[in-house]
Design a protein around this ligand. Sequence first.
Ligand code: SDX
Length: 429
Amino acid sequence: MADSLTITDNRTGKSYEVPINDGTIKAIDLRKIKVSDDDFGLMTYDPAFLNTAACRSAITFIDGDKGILEYRGYPIEQLAEKSTYIETAYLLLYGDLPTKPQLEQWNHDITYHTILNENLKSLLDAFRYNAHPMARLISTVAALGTFYPEAKDISDNEMRQKQIQRIIAKVITIAAFNYRHRIGMPYAYPDNDLSYPGNFLNMMFRMTETKYKPNPALEHALDVLFILHADHEQNCSTAAMRSVGSSEVDPYSAVAAAAAALYGPLHGGANEAVIHMLNEIGSVAHVPDFIKRVKAGEGVKLMGFGHRVYKNYDPRAKIIKKVADEVFDVTGRNPLLDIALELERIALSDDYFVKRKLYPNVDFYSGLIYQAMAIPMEMFTVLFAIPRVSGWLAQWNEMLSDPDLKISRPRQIFTGSERRDYVDLKKRG
Ligand code: SDX
């Protein structure tokens, strides 16, 4: 039996053979199915790409039914336990775990690119104090590209790798500097003696001490959270990165576009929305009423629940629950945890959620950890964006060497007016 589809067009009685490769058919192969010679031919209609593979990728594998997540074949559980975020970023970008010399060089390159051009501070200072940190991040990353006009030459691989290092390195400085500006504190500069997560905590929280010493448990917890958030195949923000990147724009502008997609409450903004939801619920006693409102379809969602791909427990949520215990041992238990656990307990046994295969996703518990680490709610999506930058860049880097690469330009089903002539203003009703 050939790997092909035989399609009979009942409008004409004609049959067509369409080859099947990798479990897909090429949408363009449907264009030969016509009712007449001047017919454009068939297209597929797939808003939100529910059932459309937009690319080939070797970076991240997800099995939504089995709750499996692997970066370059390595299970997320093993990476969370044994790797570091910087090593994982290398893995996502270059396909293999680095050797010792490679890791030392990579770590050095990232560490020594964390400084920002001082001129960028005038942009940060221009924001109102209460400008949302994600809007600041989006703007600042786009502006960062203006310091490196050579980044436009995306065909130069060496140039690309240099920008990739700069963006991964500088995103923690941009995030922390924007936070310091928001709270009216002087900027705390990078400390090259610290790890990537440790340096971020240093730039966020260093006060008057000359040497900031990150709490090892919190530094490790943040490193694991960065690993868990680093990539997730073709999610909304990665699709934005690929679509915008397909125009051959510089990587700073493409990352800014991806970060804008992540900002939405249905995507990376969910971790902040979960805390707002838990605060609104207020106590364990109020959980049943809230669940009732969700089920009554009052436009209230159980934020941090559900996923387009995972129809089983998000493996990252399981790991994050363990990290939460590690953090709460240091910071004290977050009182909102009890409400979250009660929400999960009820939802996992309630038919409304079970039938829709709604389970906690990566965002359900992560905000509780950030809050316990004294990171303000508005920064939660920024904490998601920081590690996801390496996933976006890995996907962008892979796309640029894809032989199928063309500028992204979907078609449409036109539902507008038939052709009509212009009506002079005085003749309009
Ligand atoms: C991330 O794609 C990725 O990989 C994303 C991500 C990544 O790492 O990049 O994993 C990160 O974005 C995680 C998701 C964070 N978002 C939230 O937690 C927001 C709340 N969740 C939802 O809005 C929703 O579940 C989505 C957006 C995550 C997925 O939406 P889908 O796949 O479009 O599913 P759907 O909206 O069609 O829902 C199917 C049904 C609907 O009910 P019916 O209309 O069939 O009766 O499930 C219901 C929905 O109303 N539903 C929910 C719900 N999520 C879906 N009902 C209540 N609460 C929810 N959270």
